[in-house]
Design a binder for this molecule. Structure first.
Ligand SMILES: [Zn+2]
Length: 227
């Protein structure tokens, strides 16, 4: 009752298209839920996201849930998640994608979920890591521990995403490092991120994690850019 009154005065809007949500819609409207461009990567081991890492770093599995198009539903959702504090978008995507990923042995056999980390200064500025709620939803649904301690970002960079877009990847290799004990040996890490563009960040994170003896990597992302 209180909630519906609240909605009357402050109606909730769709994270994808900003239209008002009805009482039985949460986070995104039915139209966006229907129109969201799914990749179906999880059905095909040799998918386009996996191929991005050919010859760069050895990974066991890569899949992205949806396509990220300029000015599309997903761009709006990720923007809400990343810059407007709408962390519930990450939970929704994680819960939704987990239902598909339950059928992927390379995902369910992982030992733990590792988010691409923010630099501690960036974390302070933003207040949260935008992949945390996605990772925690996957963690709950797939019964895999969430570990945001092993992988660390050493370098603060304001222009991170711009650099990646321009493909200037030199220097990024030294951005990440690992903090581990012998308890972290021989693990299959499920690395998670928001959007794959060139894959340079995930490549650098994977290479850092592979410094741990016996490590292997799989990658799951919310989205992949498609031109
Ligand atoms: Zn919508």
């Amino acid at each position: 009752m209180f909630k519906s009154l609240l909605n009357l005065f402050f109606p909730k809007t769709c994270s994808g298209c900003s239209s008002y949500l009805t009482a039985n819609e949460t986070i995104i409207c039915t139209t966006c839920r229907h129109d969201i461009p799914l990749t179906n990567h999880y059905l095909n081991q040799e998918n386009e996201a996996f191929k991005k890492f050919y010859g760069r770093v050895a990974v066991r599995h890569v899949s992205c849930f949806v396509y990220f198009h300029k000015k599309g539903i997903v761009q709006e959702m990720i923007h809400n998640l990343k810059y407007r504090g709408h962390e519930e978008v990450g939970s929704m995507l994680g819960n939704w994608y987990a239902a598909d990923l339950k059928s992927v042995p390379e995902v369910t056999s992982a030992t733990c979920i590792i988010p691409v980390p923010l630099h501690k200064r960036k974390l302070r500025e933003r207040g949260y890591n935008q992949v945390a709620t996605f990772g925690k939803a996957l963690s709950t649904q797939l019964s895999l521990p969430y570990n945001d301690k092993v992988l660390i970002r050493k370098v603060y960079s304001k222009t991170q995403s711009k650099k990646n877009l321009l493909g200037r990847t030199e220097g990024i290799q030294s951005t990440f490092d690992v903090n581990f004990t012998s308890d972290d040996h021989n693990k299959h890490f499920l690395l998670i991120d928001d959007v794959i563009t060139t894959g340079a960040t995930l490549e650098a994170c994977s290479k850092a994690l592979l410094k741990i003896p016996g490590a292997s990597i799989s990658i799951v992302c919310m989205a992949m850019t498609e031109s």
